[in-house]
Design a protein around this ligand. Sequence first.
Ligand SMILES: *Cc1c(COP(=O)(O)O)cnc(C)c1O
Length: 393
Amino acid sequence: MSKDDKSKRQEWNISTRITQLGRNPFDHFGFINTPIYRGSTVLFPNVEKLESLDQPYTYGTKGTPTTRALEQAWSEISGAYDTVLVPSGLAAVDLALLTATRAGAHILVTDSVYQPTRSFCDTILKKFGVIVEYYDPLMGKSISDLIRADTTAILVESPGSQSMEIQDVPAISNAAHAHDICIILDNTWATPLFFPPHQRGADLAIEAGTKYLSGHSDILIGLISANEKWSKRLRSTFNSFAIGASPDDASLALRGLRTMALRLRAQEKAGVQLAQWFKQQGEVAQVLHPALSDHPGHDLWRRDFLGSSGVFSVIFNPIEKKSLDAFIDSLQLFGIGFSWGGFESLVLPFDCKSYRTATQWQCTGPAVRFSIGLEDIDDLIEDLRNGFKRLSV
Ligand SMILES: *Cc1c(COP(=O)(O)O)cnc(C)c1O
C-alpha cells in the first residue's frame, strides 16, 4: 500500500492493519510478502547518483526493502515517526540509552528494569562517565524530586521485569518533558498492541521483537521506535554503529506480525485464567498479574493498557528449594529457559533480591515467572496440578 493509504488504514482495527502493513505486492510481481533482499553493496547507475545519494537504498547497513518494510509497519503500529531494527532486544535498549545520554550526564533507571539493561548501565555507561541512579518504580510525578540539571534520560519499563510493577508512564513523562528529558520505555511485555508507547509519552520505545513479535522462539531482533523529536538522533546513532537486524530475521518478524494480535489475545486469555487458578492454590502466596483486581497496579493498568500478555509471576509460600525445583522439573508442558513470548509455555525461577538497589523486594517465598504459550489451557492446568503434588513431598 502507498503512503496515501495511511489514513484509510487508520480507520481499521489494529488486527486488520497488521495484515496489511509492510508489504506492497505489486512492487514484487504480485507476491503477497516482501521478499528477502540480502546485500552489502547497492549499485548507483552513475556518478551523479552516487554523489547525491539520491536513491532509496545506498548501502546494506542502512537497510534493505525487507528491513524497511518492517520498520515502516512498526512505526505505524507504534504511532512513531521512525523505527530502527537491531539484532536483539538488549541491543535496542543499549542503542536507545546511547542516543539519549552523554559523558557526565545523569540518568534515572527504574529499579524493576530488565537485569541485562542494569548490567549495561553499570558497566558500559559508567565506564563512559554516565551517572546512573535507580528509582522506585512506584514513583509517579514525584520523580521530579530526582531530576537534576544534568539529567538527560529516564528509563521506564512497565510492568517491571519479573516483579510486575505498573509504572505511571504518563505522569513520569510529563515530569520529564517539563525538563526536556528523554523518556525511554521498554514496552516489550505489552507491545504497541496493548500499550501505545508514544501516545503515553515515550520518546524512544523499545520492543524485544524476540518475544511476541517473533512468537516462535526462532529469531532475535530488537526494534526502537522514536517520535519526531528523537528520530534524527536515533537514526544517526544507529548509522554510526551499523548494527542492523538481518533481512532474514526481519522477514520472519514480518511473518510473526501477521498473527501477533491473534496470539496475544489467546495468550492474554490463558494467562488471566491461569493467574486466577494459581491464586486458588494453597501453596501460592501471591500472583503478580496486573489484570487481577488485587494487583497494586491494577487501576493504572486499566487506565493505560489495552490488554495483558501471557507473562506473569507467582510467589510461593516459603518452601524448601528442592521441592520447588522438583515442581519445576516435573512440568512437561513448561520449558525451563530464558526469554518468553513463544508458542511454548515457559517457567523460570527468579530472585529480585539479588540485584535490586533502590527498593527492597518484599516477598518472602520463592518466585517463579510463567510465560503462557498456545497450548490448550486444560492441558496446562493438568500439568501444573500434577506438578503441585511435588511441592508437598
Ligand atoms: C527479553 C527482553 C529484552 C532483551 O531481548 P533479547 O532479544 O533477548 O536481547 C529486553 N527487555 C525486556 C523487558 C525483555 O524481556
